[in-house]
Design a protein around this ligand. Structure first.
Ligand code: SF4
Length: 135
């Protein structure tokens, strides 16, 4: 049996509480607050305590879905991303870059949000980007 505690950061909001995710043989078996974390002081809110609930959930989407003839079907990431690129290019060509807006998430890392900002401004050419933490 392989037992591990992995230090990580809660993904549910921008507070940045840290925690240990406990695994046995690669399967998540628990979450424990990091008592040395200066933000949370060894506490977690209810979302933090349940942060791993989605990992093995049977309803979890593991592949992109694309609507084809009215039905959602699983497709590869290449196909899904090609579709997104094609649609965004078409919207930009027909209606201009400012007809596109992006909403990013507090569940992303700072680095992911930075990349989304760069994607909006440098690739798409729009300043229309916001973040769910402002809602
Ligand atoms: S434990 Fe709660 S307060 Fe802390 S980062 Fe997660 S969601 Fe935010």
């Amino acid at each position: 049996m392989e037992y591990q505690n992995t230090l990580t950061t809660c993904i549910y909001c921008g507070c940045g509480c840290s925690m240990y995710v406990e695994t046995i043989d690669g399967r998540i078996t628990g979450v424990w607050p990091d008592k040395t974390n200066q933000i949370s002081g060894g506490r977690l809110c209810i979302k933090g305590w349940n942060v791993t609930g989605f990992v093995g959930h049977p309803d979890r989407l593991k592949n992109p879905l694309l609507r084809k003839e009215g039905k959602l079907v699983e497709v590869t990431w290449d196909e899904a991303l090609s579709q997104v690129a094609e649609k965004l290019s078409g919207i930009k060509r027909e209606s201009g870059a400012d007809s596109i807006g992006l909403m990013t998430s507090a569940k992303c890392t700072n680095e992911e949000n930075y990349l989304m900002n760069k994607f909006a401004r440098a690739v798409l050419g729009t300043n229309n980007i916001d973040h769910c933490a402002r809602l």
